[in-house]
Design a protein around this ligand. Structure first.
Ligand SMILES: [Zn+2]
Length: 203
């Protein structure tokens, strides 16, 4: 999505409705700063304001997200393109998250082993080594908790029985058996347990 183009489009539509930024903001119960940020391409309207904004500007949501007026004949095609583009962006974002998860996991594991080996060879057994081990283990566990969150945030798990894709709760994932990112999870759709594979998109 091109935020600059969307911003210019909002500004053009607002002006053609002969509204100031303040007047538009007032109609949406938001600050004129927020409107100004949209128009400069610094942010997008929140989802819960989009419909009201479109109504006021006499445009539809597709037009808003494309940043241009759509000929009604092409509307379906444009919608399709837009959905595809959004799916592609989601897939890309999820892949990045998953890569971050692997990198973070490996780095933390290697760092942990390195610290332990280094501490054992320089300090030998004893109280200082014990303290370092406790601290290093605590940090490692925290990093792993966070790493699991990255895995959950990166896309969906697909039920092997009904192929429904879902995002489970942290606790369920935490307690599940797994092989890599394939996890033994209960499907919220069919209620059966299966080895659910990681998928980057909802469809
Ligand atoms: Zn299922």
């Amino acid at each position: 999505m091109d935020v600059i183009k969307i911003g210019k489009f909002i500004a053009d539509c607002r002006k053609s409705k002969e509204l100031t930024q303040e007047e538009l903001a007032e109609k949406l119960y938001i600050t004129d700063r927020a409107v100004s940020k949209w128009e400069r391409g610094l942010s997008l309207p929140d989802a819960d304001k989009m419909l009201d904004l479109c109504n006021i500007l006499d445009i539809n949501v597709n037009e808003l997200l494309l940043g241009e007026k759509i000929d009604m004949k092409n509307n379906d095609k444009k919608t399709e393109e837009l959905l595809l583009e959004m799916a592609r962006q989601e897939e890309y974002k999820n892949k990045q998250l998953l890569i971050n998860m692997w990198v973070l996991g490996f780095t933390a594991a290697i760092a942990y082993i390195a610290i332990e080996v280094l501490a054992a060879t320089t300090l030998g057994e004893g109280v200082p080594f014990g303290i370092i081990t406790v601290i290093a283990t605590a940090i490692f566990v925290c990093v792993m908790f966070y790493d699991l969150k990255l895995e959950i945030d990166a896309g969906y798990y697909e039920c092997k029985k009904c192929h429904h894709r879902f995002v489970p709760k942290y606790k369920e994932v935490f307690l599940s058996m797994h092989m890599g990112t394939t996890r033994y999870l209960k499907c919220p759709e069919c209620g059966k347990r299966s080895w659910a594979k990681k998928r980057m998109t909802r469809e």
